[in-house]
Design a protein around this ligand. Structure first.
Ligand code: ZN
Length: 260
């Protein structure tokens, strides 16, 4: 497991604490809302050298604040809002990804319209030109991005990365009772080139990684089996259609004979 002294882990810890602090300010006292995401645009070189200043900068100046998000320069803290999870509010302002990752059955929901706030675009614009290295999205989510059918935040992140080519450094603290942690972890580890998961505070990380890997294998085996089944079905269908077209041809010939 990566040591807490690693600058990237230190940064993630600071990001998490910053998020917690802002959440307390956003939520009226007595209300409980655990889930929040904190995201920021930074390069790895920057995290290695001067990670603490990124967060200090975000605390200064004049941030945009509402009761569900805190936005400052290239950092944002977002709560869930109505039916929208923080991950979707951050990465999917038009609902395009959500359309892809949920099934028709799970779309039947009384959702409010999408808010159309492009947080990531704005954050990218505010990435300082003098900073060296490729800007990446550093994302901490209190709960592991979910596998709840009508949200599918883990799939949504995977789809976001696959379609935009954005590199993400991701971390989370807990797993919500409605989420299958191994499955979520497996989904998020399918694109290792673009998604790096770091869990500096998680004691059972090795166990999760192991379970997620076996889950991935099962998924892969399942897909292979599905492909085989699909192929067989297609073959059967082709046979059937050939048979029925031969049948039709024979019938036509018979009809022609009778009409003569
Ligand atoms: Zn979710």
């Amino acid at each position: 497991m990566a040591a807490l002294s690693d600058p990237k882990n230190q940064f993630m810890k600071k990001l998490m604490d910053f998020g917690k602090e802002k959440v307390k300010e956003m939520i009226p006292r007595g209300d409980t809302c655990n889930q929040y995401v904190v995201a920021c645009i930074a390069s790895e070189e920057e995290l290695e050298e001067r990670y603490s200043t990124i967060i200090e900068d975000a605390g200064k100046g004049s941030p945009e604040t509402t009761d569900t998000y805190y936005f400052s320069k290239r950092l944002v803290v977002i709560l869930n809002k109505h039916h929208w999870h923080g991950e979707a509010r951050l990465l999917d302002p038009t609902g395009r990804l959500w359309e892809t990752v949920t099934t028709e059955k799970d779309k039947k929901d009384d959702r409010e319209p999408f808010e159309g706030r492009y947080f990531v675009g704005k954050m990218r614009e505010n990435f300082p030109a003098e900073v060296w290295g490729t800007p990446k999205l550093v994302l901490f989510s209190h709960y592991i991005p979910c596998t709840i059918p009508r949200h599918q935040c883990a799939r949504l992140i995977e789809e976001y990365v696959n379609t935009t080519g954005t590199e993400i450094i991701l971390s989370y603290e807990r797993s919500h009772g409605d989420t299958d942690e191994e499955r979520a972890y497996a989904i998020l580890s399918r694109n290792k080139e673009y998604i790096t998961i770091i869990l500096p505070w998680k004691q059972d990380q090795e166990a999760i990684v192991e379970q997620a890997e076996s889950f991935l294998e099962r998924m892969e085996r399942g897909t292979k089996r599905d492909r085989k089944k699909h192929k067989k079905r297609k073959e059967r269908e082709t046979e059937n259609t050939t048979e029925s077209s031969q049948h039709r041809q024979r019938n036509r010939k018979r009809k022609r004979k009778r009409s003569k």
